[in-house]
Design a protein around this ligand. Structure first.
Ligand code: SAH
Ligand code: SF4
Length: 368
């Protein structure tokens, strides 16, 4: 018997890579199409059950490949219908995915890394530090599992109709796995989602935004959170490398390449920090007249963090101030907070291997 460790995991391979796998076996490339449908659309992971493949091909696949899913450690169901899963990611680590049902859609919020190195001041994932990148199989495995675990929609479609990379990790710091995973989400042979229904959220890795524009132009959300560099340097430290002007230039290049689509700017509302009407005016000056939507996110508290959520009234005034200039502004509904599944509360289980402790000083050694 061959060593399973040597076998290729087909779960994370998009069509081109799967075709190459078949060609390397001396088989016809078109089998990739059959196998993609079996795995992602029919949820079959055992080659023996792939009955439109010849017996000899099934045997060859068993010898050379596996379809290996991330192990589910737990499922939590929120009072509001939100569902959170914890997936094992090796060495006692875990990542989370969250399903948010709404009448007209089902959004799955997925993780791209075990932890995150970017250390945003208000984020539970960032507070844990970074352990490693997920593989494409571990990313797409979250979607596979949610679709298998949840009942289908009334029209017979899978429960997951929209994907947001807003779970644990910075997706553009794991570009190499996020792009193949995204190709599977878009593929008609796999999940068949339109580009508008897959959103990559980034804290602002400018070179990767430009690459994404050329290679995989899905919807983009940008975690802005502050209207000036001084404040953003404090809240989103990657701003020291790619300041606001540089980031916004990349955003407008992104929209220009793609039929003037809008970018969503995420703005976490932190009491007394970034939530004044002056901040709203400054934000408006940056984004007014541009293909921009603003999504205000009430801060979700977590243990050991000192920020507080802006009051509902402050959030409303901030929103109204921007709407008065004709801008598109929404406020995110907080969902699943009874199971710690709200934005920024996803902590999974991460032990940070890039943080070096020196007495009581903490140094982060990883950068994006
Ligand atoms: N790393 C990516 C995607 C994951 S975070 C990014 O930063 O965009 C998804 C969103 O949740 C981001 O906008 C992030 O800033 C926000 N977020 C992080 N911590 C939060 C918290 N405690 N409360 C509310 N939103 C938070
Ligand atoms: Fe990382 Fe995003 Fe959290 Fe910042 S907000 S630490 S980029 S996961």
């Amino acid at each position: 018997m061959s060593d399973p460790a040597q076998k290729t995991n087909l779960l994370g391979l998009p069509q081109g890579e799967l075709e190459a796998h078949f060609v390397a076996l001396g088989e016809k490339a078109y089998h990739a199409r059959q196998v993609l449908r079996w795995i992602h659309q029919r949820g079959v992971t055992n080659f023996e059950e792939m009955t439109d493949l010849s017996k000899s091909l099934r045997t060859r696949l068993q010898e050379s490949a596996v379809v290996e899913l991330p192990q589910v450690l737990s499922q939590h169901d929120s009072r509001d219908g939100t569902v959170k899963w914890l997936f094992a990611s090796g060495s006692g680590q875990a990542v989370e995915a969250v399903f948010i049902p709404e009448p007209d859609r089902g959004t799955l919020c997925i993780s791209s890394q075990v932890g995150c190195a970017l250390d945003c001041a208000f984020c539970a994932t960032g507070a844990q530090g970074f352990n490693r990148n997920l593989t494409a199989a571990e990313i797409v495995g979250q979607v596979w599992h949610a679709n298998q675990a949840l009942p289908r929609r009334n029209n017979g479609e899978f429960a997951v109709t929209n994907i947001v990379f807003m779970g644990m990790g910075e997706p553009l710091a794991n570009y190499r796995s996020v792009v193949p995973a995204t190709r599977l989400l878009l593929s008609d042979l796999a999940y068949g989602l339109s580009r508008r229904k897959v959103t990559v959220s980034t804290s602002g890795l400018v070179p990767q935004i430009d690459r994404l524009a050329d290679e995989c132009n899905v919807a983009l959300a940008v975690s802005l959170h502050a209207p000036n560099d001084e404040l953003r340097n404090r809240l989103v430290p990657i701003n020291k490398i790619h300041p606001i002007a540089e980031l916004l230039d990349a955003c407008w290049r992104y929209t220009e390449k793609h039929a003037k689509r809008f970018i969503t700017f995420e703005y976490v509302m932190l009491r007394g920090v970034n939530d004044s009407l002056q901040h709203a005016d400054e934000l408006g000056d940056l984004l007014d007249g541009k293909p921009a939507k603003i999504n205000l996110i009430p801060f979700n508290p977590f243990d050991g963090n000192e920020f507080a959520r802006s009051s509902a009234e402050t959030i409303r005034s901030f929103q109204d101030r921007l709407r008065k200039r004709g801008m598109i502004v929404t406020t995110r509904k907080t969902r699943g907070d009874d199971i710690d599944a709200a934005c920024g509360q996803l902590a999974g289980k991460v032990s940070d291997r890039v943080r070096v402790r020196l007495g009581d000083k903490t140094i982060r050694t990883a950068t994006a």
